[in-house]
Each structure stands twice: as structure tokens, then as C-alpha cells.
Design a protein around this ligand. Structure first.
Ligand code: PLP
Length: 396
């Protein structure tokens, strides 16, 4: 215990206290397991918040990163490099969209999407008072733009004034969105599956209705796939389950599987009529190291048939979670898609269960105020699920 305690204390004394961290010092990972400084093992159903899809210590992934480090880490965006062309092509092929801008994070991807949407509208009419409709209980990040479209007043309040022209509608309520639309609306932004807000998948009729609405009024549909994308729902991107295409998609989290990288990806129409040289930039975004990671992630998804695996294991996972809902009175519902699942906890604090689970060697996280969130690495097996259930029940 000596060791962890020391680093927790040193961390607390040096790092700005913006997180109430769990009292664990993680040191290394292997497969779907993490180990702390004392060597205690944790079964990981959080994957660093839906990031480490391939599991820890994937040799091929690690080797690709090591090779790129030895070649070239960074160039700036003033030059071309091989990994960027490769990563971009793979991302476009996987998404069905036509142009990508790489960022360092999800938040920055959302910022870029907002700027692209505003520029698109500005080019049409020259006005500077365009509006964006976002969803209540959404999460898009913490920078001023991304925070402005995040439907959580607790996160927003101390940082006002935020960017102007943002309106909020009810998720999965088409009429509520219609009521917010004006001549000035330039974009609608939403998560295909709301993550932080409590694991709410979009209903097919809602998403299809939004697409139709956007087409009729030449409004851009921005789908935030930062958490629900990259295979988590069993499709490469969650919108592909709905037969609906966004005009702009944002990606991050599992895109680099641990290397900080994000992207906003545009369709042809939006790419041709928005950002041009001088409009947007980044020093690090899409550097050779980040792009080598993205490129390898797409290769490994194919080689290891990750999507097929997620589709195959999802029914088993859902069945086990449903059994828990049947068995425990305080578990009142299951929601989710693929390996992005939530259990609604009623009448007792979720945080207590999360803490207890950690003690029992299981990492799960919360979402919203009352949801136990499961976003494991996409390579989990039925045995891992059984072990998770056993450890979770022990924590009740
Ligand atoms: C995590 C997340 C973000 C923010 O991404 P960062 O990489 O933390 O900046 C934005 N949108 C959604 C849906 C997310 O889950």
C-alpha cells in the first residue's frame, strides 16, 4: 500500500483537482485487465472511458507505434506524411464520408464541426447570427464551443457567457427539435447514442426524421460518434445501424485506442462549402504518431474481425445484464447498444457500487446521475462477462 499512497499524495499535491479520482495507481495492462502498483488485478469494463477497444498490450499495435517513433513523431501540418494519407483513407472508407480533419481530442473535433457548420451557413447568406440546435443531456466536451452545445447547465453555468445561438431540444423528440428551428438554424448536433447523459440510443424514427428535416431546410446534421463510434455498437459507426448519413461526424476516444487523436469528418457537400486554408488549424493534430495509431487500429479491426465479435457477443452481454435487472429491485432498466450498455440504478448511489466494484477488482463507471455504464474493450469474451457479473454482484 505504501507505494500507491505516495503517488496519490504526490499527484494530489501537484495536479489541479478537477477530478475526484479513485484511490488507485494503475501501472500496466494486459488484455482486458489492468494492474495497480501493488499488482492487484482489475477486470476492465471501462476501457479508459470507451477508448482501449483492442485490449491492452496488443503486440501488433504496440509495434506499429514503436516503429513510427523511430521513424518520425511529428512534422506539423505544413507538410505531407504517409500515415496521415493512410489513416484518412481508412477513416473515410469506414465512415462513407469524404474529407477528414484530424484533431488531438474529441472536444477539438466538436469545435471543428461547429466551425465548419457556421462557415457553411455564412457562405450561403453572409449572416453572422446562425443557430445550432443541440440536445438536452448531451455531452460534447468542455471547451467553450463544445461546452456551449453540452446540455448540462451544471457544467455550463460558471463559464457563461458561452457562444451564442445555441438552442436545446429533447433527445428522441422530433417535435421538440422542430419547435427550435428558425431561418437561422445552421446545424443540429447530437450523439447517435448519448453517453455521459445516461446511455440513450437515438430512436430510428428520430434520427431519420432529423435527416429529413435537415435535407428539407439545408441544415447540417452533425453526429457525435466520439463514444458510440469505432465499433462499439457492432457497426463501425453507430449511425450505420440507422441507414442515416450525417453531414459531419466527430470521432475520437477509440479512434487511436489510447493515442490522443480525434477527427471531424465531412461529406462532399460540406467539405466543398466550408473550411478553406486559413480557417482552421492545429500544430499536433494528425501528426505521424497519431495517424500511425489510427491506421493500425483500422487494420486490426479488420484482421481481428472486431465488428463481427461485437455483434456476436452482444446478445450474451445483454442477456446477463437483463438477468441482473430481473434479480435486483434497485436495477430498474437496461439501455444501450452493443458493448455500450447502462443499468439504471434507483434508490441508491451509483458511486457506491462503482467504488465497491473497484475494491472487488472490477472497473465499471457511471453515466449521468443514476446509470452504471459498461464500455469494455471490444475484445471481451463470455468468460470475462461472467466474471464481471460475479464481481458486480459481490459489490451489490
Ligand atoms: C468524451 C466525449 C467527448 C469529448 O472528447 P474528449 O476527447 O474528452 O475531448 C465529446 N463527445 C462525446 C460524445 C464524448 O463521449
Amino acid at each position: 500500500m505504501m507505494c500507491s499512497k505516495e503517488y496519490i499524495e504526490r499527484g494530489e499535491n501537484a495536479v489541479l483537482h478537477t477530478y475526484n479520482r479513485f484511490p488507485v495507481v494503475l501501472e500496466r495492462g494486459e488484455g482486458v485487465r489492468l494492474y495497480d502498483l501493488e499488482g492487484k488485478e482489475y477486470l476492465d469494463f471501462g476501457a479508459g472511458i470507451a477508448v482501449f477497444s483492442l485490449g491492452y498490450g496488443n503486440q501488433e499495435y504496440n509495434q506499429a507505434l514503436k516503429d513510427q517513433i523511430d521513424k518520425l513523431l511529428h512534422t506539423s501540418n505544413l507538410y505531407y506524411h504517409v500515415p496521415m494519407a493512410e489513416a484518412a483513407e481508412k477513416l473515410l472508407k469506414a465512415s462513407g464520408l469524404s474529407r477528414v480533419f484530424f484533431t488531438n481530442s474529441g472536444t477539438e473535433a466538436v469545435e471543428g464541426a461547429i466551425k465548419a457548420a457556421r462557415k457553411y451557413a455564412w457562405l450561403k447568406d453572409g449572416n453572422t447570427d446562425h443557430e445550432i440546435i443541440a440536445m438536452k443531456h448531451s455531452f460534447h466536451g468542455r471547451s467553450m464551443g463544445a461546452l456551449s452545445v453540452t446540455g448540462n447547465s451544471h457544467y455550463q453555468e460558471p463559464f457563461k457567457p458561452l457562444i451564442g445561438g445555441i438552442k436545446f431540444a429533447d433527445f428522441n423528440n422530433l417535435d421538440s427539435v422542430k419547435q427550435q428551428i428558425t431561418e437561422k438554424t445552421c446545424a443540429i448536433i447530437l450523439e447517435t447514442v448519448q453517453g455521459e447523459g445516461g446511455i440513450y440510443p437515438a430512436e430510428p424514427a428520430f434520427l431519420k426524421g432529423l435527416r429529413k428535416l435537415c435535407d428539407e431546410k439545408d441544415i447540417l446534421l452533425i453526429l457525435d460518434e466520439i463514444q458510440c463510434g469505432m465499433g462499439r455498437t457492432g457497426s463501425m459507426f453507430a449511425f450505420q445501424d440507422y441507414d442515416v448519413m450525417p453531414d459531419i461526424m466527430t470521432s475520437a476516444k477509440a479512434l487511436g485506442c489510447g493515442v490522443p487523436v480525434g477527427a471531424f469528418v465531412l461529406n462532399e457537400k460540406t467539405a466543398k462549402n466550408s473550411l478553406v486554408p486559413g480557417d482552421h488549424g492545429t500544430t499536433y493534430g494528425g501528426n505521424p504518431f497519431a495517424c500511425a495509431a489510427v491506421s493500425k487500429v483500422f487494420d486490426l479491426f479488420e484482421e481481428q474481425q472486431i465488428l463481427e465479435h461485437v455483434k456476436k457477443i452482444t446478445p450474451y452481454f445483454e442477456e446477463k445484464l437483463d438477468l441482473l435487472v430481473d434479480k435486483y429491485e434497485f436495477l430498474t432498466a437496461r439501455r444501450g447498444k452493443g458493448l455500450m450498455q447502462g443499468l439504471v440504478v434507483t434508490g441508491r448511489p451509483v458511486g457506491e457500487i462503482v467504488t465497491k466494484a473497484l475494491e472487488n477488482g472490477l472497473i465499471v463507471i457511471s453515466a449521468g446521475s443514476d446509470v452504471l455504464r459498461f464500455v469494455p474493450p471490444l475484445v471481451i469474451t463470455e468468460n470475462d462477462i461472467d466474471e464481471m457479473v460475479e464481481k458486480l454482484e459481490k459489490s451489490f
